[in-house]
Write a protein that binds this ligand. Structure first.
Ligand SMILES: [Fe+2]
Length: 346
């Protein structure tokens, strides 16, 4: 059983879904007057950042109603797989390029040729085969306690393997896809052997493994660690609530390839029944209006270069980003996981 949230009428439509199949929605749902209404069904793993106002605005502009349900990435992929051609979902929204890559790999998404998407989204932030498209950027970088560390001491992800950081690091466990993507980017940059040496160095520094970026930042603020690696928006959220928090952001690897970039992205499901509406939604989310609402809701960076980020993150200035195609995180994910296992990264 799952709950559809509908932004138009506040209607909660219950659909019974089983592994064998489920009730597919009609192409166009009829409202109480019997007139036809366009809809698009979304499975979203992005649950924070206020999706309702974004979809509301989309409906106001296009007349297309969005019905959406939240879930964890892996759960939603499992559901898409089990439902097969009977899936009600037209769009899959996911956090982390590694997840989008997996969905595409498992044949859950279909290619979309769109000039709008190609012009709004930089090439390295979308699937080379057009099955998914980055909509916002999240930057996984270094944060530090401003009372215990000076930014001059910081430089790169690689440098966190230096013994000077012994007993001073807070890291996210290897089970989190964010960590897997970061390690995948090290493999892409250095090859497996060198990447393994770097990650082994992190582990030898005896980091605290904490399975929440927010708790990592709180631990850094409290002096339990001096330095952490987190997604930038968790710091933006905490700074929004408490500007005096003694933690600051450091853009890693500015002298070489640039900081590690990940995405929230979307794709049209393989069996989408409302394909046109689905494409329309993703295109709109990449447009200036859609970008602003979608990115600002969670302090993320718009992928569309014509859109300004939220003032809190804009204040952090400009920085150099690793230009790698984020699809590589998926391609190298398995090797990243195995590498972490070998060096005892928890
Ligand atoms: Fe997150």
């Amino acid at each position: 059983m799952k709950v559809w949230r509908s932004i138009s009428m506040g209607l909660l439509l219950l659909l019974v879904a089983t592994a064998a199949g489920c009730t597919a929605p009609e192409k166009e749902a009829a409202d109480s007057e019997g007139t036809q209404e366009k809809v698009v069904y979304v499975y979203s793993a992005r649950h924070y950042g206020q999706m309702e106002p974004v979809f509301q605005e989309f409906m106001k502009e296009t007349g297309i109603e969005v019905r959406f349900t939240y879930g964890k990435d892996a759960e939603l992929r499992e559901r898409l797989k089990a439902e097969g051609e009977f899936t009600p979902a037209d769009v899959y929204i996911s956090v982390d390029a590694g997840n989008l890559w997996l969905a595409a790999q498992e044949g859950l998404l279909q290619p979309v040729k769109s000039d709008v998407l190609e012009s709004n989204i930089p090439q390295n932030l979308r699937d080379p085969e057009n099955r998914w498209f980055g909509l916002t950027m999240r930057i996984r970088t270094i944060v530090y306690n401003t009372e215990r560390v000076s930014p001059q001491e910081l430089s790169t992800y690689e440098d966190l393997a230096d013994p000077k950081w012994k007993n001073r690091l807070c890291l996210r466990p290897s089970t989190k896809v964010y960590t897997q993507s970061l390690v995948a980017s090290l493999i892409a940059a250095h090859g497996e052997e060198k990447a393994e040496e770097i990650v082994r160095g992190w582990v030898e520094n005896n980091p605290k493994f904490i399975d929440s970026d927010t708790r990592i930042i709180e631990t850094v603020a409290a002096g339990g660690c001096d330095v952490g690696v987190v997604m930038h928006y968790y710091l933006a959220r905490l700074k929004d609530r408490n500007p005096d928090l003694p933690v600051d952001i450091f853009w890693a690897n500015q002298e070489d390839r640039g900081v590690h970039v990940n995405i929230v992205g979307a794709g049209v499901t393989r069996y989408a029944k409302n394909r046109e509406e689905a494409i329309r939604l993703i295109e709109w989310l990449s447009s200036e209006k859609g970008q602003k609402l979608f990115a600002d809701g969670n302090f993320e960076y718009p992928v569309n270069p014509r859109v300004e980020p939220h003032p809190i993150v804009k204040e952090w200035g400009e920085f150099k980003m690793d230009p790698i195609n984020v699809a590589e995180y998926g391609r190298l994910q398995k090797r990243a996981i195995e590498l972490m296992e070998r060096v005892g990264y928890r």
